[in-house]
Design a protein around this ligand. Sequence first.
Ligand SMILES: [Fe+2]
Length: 215
Amino acid sequence: MKKLNRRKFLASISGLVAANLTGLVKASNIAWSLTPTETEGPFYPLRAQKDKDLDLTRIKGESGRASGRVIVIELVVRDQSGKGLENVQVDLWQANAAGRYRHSQDKNKSPLDPFFQGWAIVSSDKDGKIQFKTVFPGVYPASNTWNRPPHIHFKISKPSYGAITTQMYFPSHPLNEKDLLLQRKTTKEKKLMISTVDKEDPDKFYYNVVLQKDG
Ligand SMILES: [Fe+2]
């Protein structure tokens, strides 16, 4: 190749590489879809409680442990490029293993669990991660003809990002297919709202929440 042509050739290749890299960067900025929102539901905790830490299976000062199957959830809060966001406040609440909320409006006949914390307000670490321990939430009736699948409610907020309220579901639960809330979502949205299970540990679940930056 003549020297001039070779220079032109190299310049055009480097231009292509630069264009592709720009494309990749642009693509990576929107690589993660925003987490769909969902109703808060009627059972957001009303009564103040001191213990709102990462272990929902025990209440500080009590000797017992919550009934049910103990599970661990690893939640990561990210921006749309996938970067973990630190200091995100996550307010989470759920029914106990029998499907009962500690809430005066919950008319379910299932028993309360005196050792179940049921509610936590926690913050993400520098990598956007929050790992909490809880019990697998029970199924409960939302009406005479509708049983809610196991789920955990989240309210998630960080200054400069849009706050969201949502519900996280568990993989392969048969009631997911019949739930009146989850079935309103598109196939893509459902996938974003259902956690995944660890390949080796059936009691560990992973969930990503993606927030939108303001402006
Ligand atoms: Fe609920």
